[in-house]
Write a protein that binds this ligand. Structure first.
Ligand SMILES: [Zn+2]
Length: 197
């Protein structure tokens, strides 16, 4: 797997503020509203500003985030639980949000909680699907830190499910990814399960 596959984004992705603003204006016109009426006048610019934040992960490089680590001969499980995230479903451009739980068994390299939180944040803030987000977090920890085993559990609500179509307001999607030794992964699953109860 090359860096771009771990990264999950193309390197030349850049943010065009005015193009987004114009596109939002077009959307407002296309639904039959008047983008020049007072309440909507600044909406295109506000949405463009919002998108700059919502899609700031387009420029996130997991390898760079995880390049700051501590060398430590700790070979027992480490888990970061209840890391909240907000992402945008690439099929409908609506938010999905929830929590990620990340466990790993280090092999000489450990990272701080803020780095894992930044990793989850960076990989979330781009057009995503939950399955790929889960895989990308696991691959980043496994490859960039050289962990012997990794387990990632993600639980999220999707607004495209709650707002439209089937309207299942209480339901969540659960995804998980595991890398490495099966018996080590079992230890990580147990620790993460304990933290959830
Ligand atoms: Zn969707």
């Amino acid at each position: 797997m090359n860096k771009d596959q771990v990264n999950g984004s193309s390197k030349d992705a850049c943010f065009d503020y005015s193009k987004i603003s114009m596109a939002v204006r077009d959307i407002l016109q296309s639904i039959g509203d008047d983008p020049d009426r007072e309440g909507l006048r600044n909406t295109p610019d506000r949405v463009a500003e919002l998108y700059q934040d919502l899609f700031s992960g387009m420029r996130c490089d997991p390898a760079e985030i995880l390049s700051v680590f501590f060398e430590e001969n700790h070979t027992d499980p480490v888990a970061f639980t209840d890391i909240s995230f907000n992402s945008i479903c690439e099929h409908h451009l609506l938010p999905f949000y929830g929590h990620a739980h990340v466990g790993y068994i280090p092999k000489g390299k450990i990272v701080g909680a803020s780095k894992v939180a930044r990793l989850v944040d960076g990989l979330s803030k781009r057009p995503q699907i939950q399955e790929r987000l889960t895989t990308q977090i696991a691959d980043a920890i496994y490859r960039c830190l050289g962990a012997t085993s990794v387990y990632v559990f993600v639980s999220a609500e999707h607004m495209c499910m709650t707002l439209r179509g089937v309207k299942k307001t209480e339901s969540r999607i659960i995804t998980s990814a595991q890398r490495g030794e099966a018996n080590e992964v079992q230890q990580l699953i147990k620790i993460i399960d304990l933290s959830k109860s």
